[in-house]
Design a protein around this ligand. Sequence first.
Ligand code: G3P
Ligand code: CA
Length: 352
Amino acid sequence: MTRPFATAAALVVALIAPAHAAPVYATLSGEAPLVIAHRGASGYLPEHTLAGYELAIKMGADVVEPDLQQTADGVLVAIHDATLIRTTNVADLFEPRNGGYRVADFTLAEIKTLTALPTRTASTSYPGYTPSMADPFRVPTFEEVMALVKAHNQATGDTVGIYPEAKTPNSFAMNAKILEQMQAYGFDGSVPNTFIQTFSHEGARQLAGMQDILAMDNAIAALGYVIKTGDAYGVYDATTQTVSALDDLAGFADGLGVNLGYDLDAGFIEAAHALGLAVHGWTFRPTTPEAAEAQFLPWIEAGMDGFFTDYPALAVGALDALAPSQVPLPAGLPLLAAGLGAFAVVRRRTRA
Ligand code: G3P
Ligand code: CA
């Protein structure tokens, strides 16, 4: 059905709007999707390093993501795997312990002797970027990551968020430590675009309850894999091998971090938005601007609220290239005349 009144009125509204008004997106907030630097700028520099996070911020990421594990002496460090073997030179410096190289079997002092290695497409340098820190490729503590982001925000007035992931199994003690440290660094709910995430939906519920007690208000994100049964969407929790219904998740979470495969589609985003849940997809790994635009466009149109990506520069570039266009006033004047003419015709027809 055509809606001539709406069309003519929309034209007029568009033309009298400020020439550089912000584009409108189908996200929950109406703002552009968040660029979430997955493990830092991990497509370019070693993942989960201070240099990787710093480069991501310089590239314009809205949020940086540290995955969190605990050392033998109970320190939260930013590293994805439960072991040190894939991302560091631990095997060159230490014998295996308990049959392997688990983060939980090494002290922070030992881990600080390691060098983080580039993985996938990453390198140890990035053109035009010089790390500001003396030792850019160590395994950082969570506190060091927060100190970096906080210092950037204070120096620039930016509001870069953090998206820490409590890697499973995340105990009550680990969750308490995460919240205590976030509060100490000012990530108490007052820094926009800050989420705490976990694959354990019970862990996410626990974090939400603990924040209430601590008077903290960071957004909570439950991670998983979209499953559609009939018309109903759910998110698979691999830690319990159960599917959580969206309305259950909406009882304690603010967002869902979901794998890009399985049953994820525009209908899922619509259903999540109807419950007030933001949707952040992982993991976007385009390696050229063309691939980035092709990968991000359908999800921008579907209203996805954030993109976990190893390539924040490409995500920022694609969002700039694909931003909904505004009609600048001077160029829009002929259109304004046409719109008002159409409006008059419709009014005459309606009266007739
Ligand atoms: O946390 C979102 C995404 O990072 C989940 O995947 O395995 O990279 O932590 P993973
Ligand atoms: Ca993660």
